[in-house]
Design a protein around this ligand. Structure first.
Ligand code: ZN
Length: 137
């Protein structure tokens, strides 16, 4: 067994039975990085201090062996941020596909609809309420 295999095996032994990285820990680390950068640029010491505390808390969660409690915290985080995470995903997809599609909002039910670009004037039928309206795509 080589040196790196020993390190890898030792780390695996150390991490066995521990929670590891979940969505909440990951979000905490990202938030801490953002806080460190902003705190550093703006010279806000309190923000970088809070970021350090957040990192410690994130590592505490990753190394914790209380799976039930950590899973509950993660589930609560996922449930509370569901709308925000969906909105971010939707926005990212919209930016990614902006060359292929044009996006419209149904005037009646506010549903988001997409139409392939370059089809000219079209009558759009809303998928959720059946409302029809004309647009240029
Ligand atoms: Zn509609």
């Amino acid at each position: 067994m080589g040196f790196f295999d020993k390190i890898r095996a030792g780390f695996a032994r150390f991490m066995s039975g521990r929670t590891g990285v979940d969505q909440l820990s990951y979000a905490m680390v990202i938030a801490a990085l953002v806080m460190t950068i902003i705190g550093g640029i703006a010279g806000i010491g309190l923000l970088t201090l809070m970021a350090d505390a957040l990192i410690l808390l994130a590592f505490y969660r990753m190394l914790s062996k209380n799976h039930l409690k950590r899973a509950q915290e993660n589930a609560e985080y996922l449930q509370k941020t569901q709308k925000l995470r969906r909105a971010v995903t939707e926005w990212v997809n919209r930016v990614k596909n902006s060359k292929k599609y044009r996006y419209f909002t149904c005037p009646k039910c506010k549903a988001r609809l997409r139409v392939p670009r370059g089809v000219g004037s079209v009558t759009i039928t809303c998928k959720s309420c059946g409302n029809k309206f004309d647009k240029k795509a």
